[in-house]
Design a protein around this ligand. Structure first.
Ligand code: CP3
Length: 356
C-alpha cells in the first residue's frame, strides 16, 4: 500500500457494533450513546474552559482526540464517535458559523440560490483536514474491540441551520423556501449531499468504520417533503458511500419520523436506523428490525432520572429489541445535567444482560 493511501481497518466482526450492523445477533447488544462526549463530563468541562470556543476544540486534533476518548475510558462503550459537529460543513463552505455561549449556533443565513452558488467548496478538505487527522489518530489509539464512528449532519437538518441562521422552533423560513421553490432549495440540498459525501469519504479513508447521519429535524417534514428532503438525500449519500466503501455501514437518525421510519427501513437505504424515544418497541421489532438493524431508544431524561424507572426501561428495550440486530443507544443526545453515575449504571446493566 502506498503511503498516500491511508489505513482503513478492515471491518471486522470482532467488533460488536460492526457485527450488529451486519445483521448479527450477539449474546448482548453493543451500545454507545449519542453525545457521549460533552458537558455532563467534568473532564470535558475542564478542557472546554481552556479553549476560547467550541470550534477550536473541533479543529484541534489533540483536544478532539482527548474529548472523544473521555467517555471510552469511563464507560467502555462499544464505539467511539468522532468529536466534531454537524455545522463544520457550513463552516467549511464559507458560511460564518459561531457558537455563542447560551445561544447555540449562529450563522449568517443563506436564503437565495445566488447565495448557495457563492458557497465555496474548493477549500473544503483543507478546512476539514484537522478532523481527518483526529479520525486517523483515533483509529490508531482505540482498543481493538471499539468501533470508530464518523458522522455528518443529514442535508435537511444542516440546511435548517444554514437557512434559519441558527436553531429554530417552527422552521418557517426554511420550509417556506422548500415548499415554494423546491428547485432552488434543491440546489442547496444537492450541494450538501456532495460536500457530505466528500467529507465522509475522507473520514473513512482516515479510519472511520461506521457512519452516522444525524437528521435531528426530520420530524418537521410532512410526508412528501420528507421523502424529498430527508429520505432521498440520505439514500444518495449512503449509496455513494456504499459504492466506494462497501464494508462501511451507515446508520441514519431521522429523528421524529413516526410511521415514516417504516418507509425508511423498507427502502433499504441504510444498514441501521436510530430510533427516537417515541417509537413503540413492539412495532420496531415487527416492522423495522426485519429490514435493518435498529438503534435506540432510551429517553435521555430517563438517564437523568436514573433509579428503578431507568433500569426498568433499559430492561424492556433489551428484552424487546435485543433478540434481533440491535445497538443500544438513547433516543436523542445525552443532556448536560445527566449524572455521570447513571451512565455508569446503564453501561453495567447492558453489559450484564444476556439473550435467553
Ligand atoms: O459525543 C458526540 O456525540 C460527538 C460530538 C457531537 C457534537 N454535536 C458535539 C457538540 C455530535 C455527534 C453532534 C451532533 C449535532 N450537533 C447535532 C445532531 C445531534 C443532535 O443532538 O440532535 C446537532 C443538531 C448539532 C448542532 C449543535 N451543536 C447545536 C444546536 C449545538 C448547541 C446546543 C448544545 O447542545 O450545546 C451544538 C454544540 C455542541 N456540539 C456541543 C457539543 C459537545 C456543546 C458545545 C460546548 O461545549 O460549548
Amino acid at each position: 500500500m502506498s503511503p498516500s493511501v491511508s489505513v482503513q481497518p478492515q471491518a471486522s466482526t470482532a467488533k460488536p457494533l460492526l457485527a450488529a450492523l451486519q445483521g448479527n445477533v450477539a449474546e448482548r447488544p453493543p451500545f454507545w450513546l449519542m453525545r457521549q462526549a460533552g458537558r455532563y463530563l467534568p473532564e470535558y468541562r475542564d478542557l472546554r474552559q481552556s479553549v476560547s470556543g467550541f470550534l477550536e476544540l473541533c479543529y484541534t486534533p489533540d483536544l478532539a482526540v482527548e474529548v472523544t476518548l473521555q467517555p471510552i475510558r469511563r464507560f467502555k462503550p462499544d464505539a467511539a464517535i468522532l468529536f466534531a459537529d454537524i455545522l463544520l460543513i457550513p463552516d467549511a463552505l464559507g458560511q460564518d458559523v459561531a457558537f455563542k455561549e447560551g445561544e447555540g449556533p449562529v450563522l449568517n443565513p443563506i436564503r437565495t440560490v445566488e447565495a448557495v452558488r457563492r458557497l465555496e467548496d474548493k477549500g473544503l478538505h483543507g478546512h476539514l483536514a484537522p478532523v481527518y487527522e483526529t479520525v486517523k489518530r483515533l483509529a490508531q489509539e482505540l482498543p481493538d474491540d471499539v468501533a470508530l464512528i464518523g458522522f455528518a449532519g443529514a442535508p435537511w437538518t444542516v440546511a435548517t441551520y444554514m437557512v434559519e441562521g441558527g436553531s429554530s422552533k417552527d422552521f418557517s423560513t426554511v420550509k417556506r423556501w422548500a415548499f415554494s421553490d423546491p428547485d432552488g432549495f434543491g440546489e442547496l440540498i444537492d450541494r450538501l449531499v456532495s460536500a457530505t459525501v466528500a467529507y465522509l469519504d475522507r473520514q473513512i479513508q482516515a479510519g472511520a468504520e461506521v457512519i452516522q447521519l444525524f437528521d435531528t429535524w426530520a420530524g418537521a417534514l410532512p410526508e412528501i417533503a420528507y421523502r424529498r428532503w430527508c429520505l432521498e438525500p440520505i439514500a444518495a449519500i449512503a449509496k455513494a458511500i456504499r459504492d466506494k466503501h462497501p464494508s462501511v455501514p451507515v446508520i441514519a437518525f431521522p429523528r421524529g419520523s413516526g410511521m415514516l421510519y417504516q418507509t425508511f427501513a423498507t427502502s433499504g437505504a441504510v444498514q441501521g436506523l436510530s430510533l427516537d424515544s417515541s417509537v413503540p418497541l413492539d412495532w420496531a421489532a415487527s416492522s423495522l428490525q426485519p429490514h435493518c438493524a435498529v438503534q435506540g431508544n432510551l429517553d435521555p431524561q430517563l438517564l437523568v432520572a436514573g433509579g428503578e424507572a431507568m433500569r426498568a426501561e433499559i430492561a424492556r428495550i433489551l428484552d424487546i429489541l435485543g433478540h434481533g440486530p440491535f445497538v443500544f443507544n438513547l433516543g436523542h443526545g445525552i443532556v448536560p445535567y445527566t449524572p455521570v453515575e447513571n451512565v455508569l449504571e446503564l453501561a453495567d446493566q447492558i453489559r450484564s444482560w444476556r439473550r435467553t
